[in-house]
Design a protein around this ligand. Sequence first.
Ligand SMILES: [Zn+2]
Ligand SMILES: [Zn+2]
Length: 242
Amino acid sequence: MIQKLRATVLQILFPPLCGGCATPLLAGNKQEFCCSCWARVVFITSPLCLICGTELSRDVSTEDRWCRSCVQHRPPFDSARSLVHYREPVRTLLHRLKFNGDTRAVAGLRGLIEKGGNWRVIKDYDLIVPVPLFPARLKKRGLNQALVLARLFFLKESVQIDPSALKKVENTPAQSELGGLDRRRNLAGSIQAGPGAKLDGRRICLIDDIFTTGATVSECSLVLKENGAESVDVITFARASG
Ligand SMILES: [Zn+2]
Ligand SMILES: [Zn+2]
């Protein structure tokens, strides 16, 4: 009784804040966002490209199919899927985790993972690999957001997550500052298999926060396959257009 009262008083004094716009949430709102932020969350839905996971036009067909880009040039990963579009309030939520090390954003991210369902392509993976950060960048940020997301995506599973399966050996400029072709050039040779990584014959799920051109996950997939991975399926939390 006293505990319940205490919780209510705390709720009134310090109401939980919306994960997107930081306005106080109404009492009884157990969601991570206020109503107007929730209305702006857009999950990725079919029809998708079977390979790269890009949303395709419903006018042509409602079935998942190959997009033109994958027909012309098949990417090095077997599939890529994302949970939501990279726009507000998701942008703020990921930003809080990535640059402010704000672990309270974790509840919001997990809530979205539980609500969205189009990110799983195959049922069983042998190994989950987060996209690595350059060690100095990791030290500065205090966490690798891809590792946090890997744990959230596979929270209820016993599959192994290996944050040292890949390593970033060059501190390349942030991908977000570059255009498409430069993104690919920027990364070439900057990622290697970690010492002692057991990749041979394994079905790997590669995790990152945002899929933009796919350059980062493509480079990681190449390295994983060069080191014997049987398959690489990519899951990113969000997808940016362009
Ligand atoms: Zn809000
Ligand atoms: Zn495609």
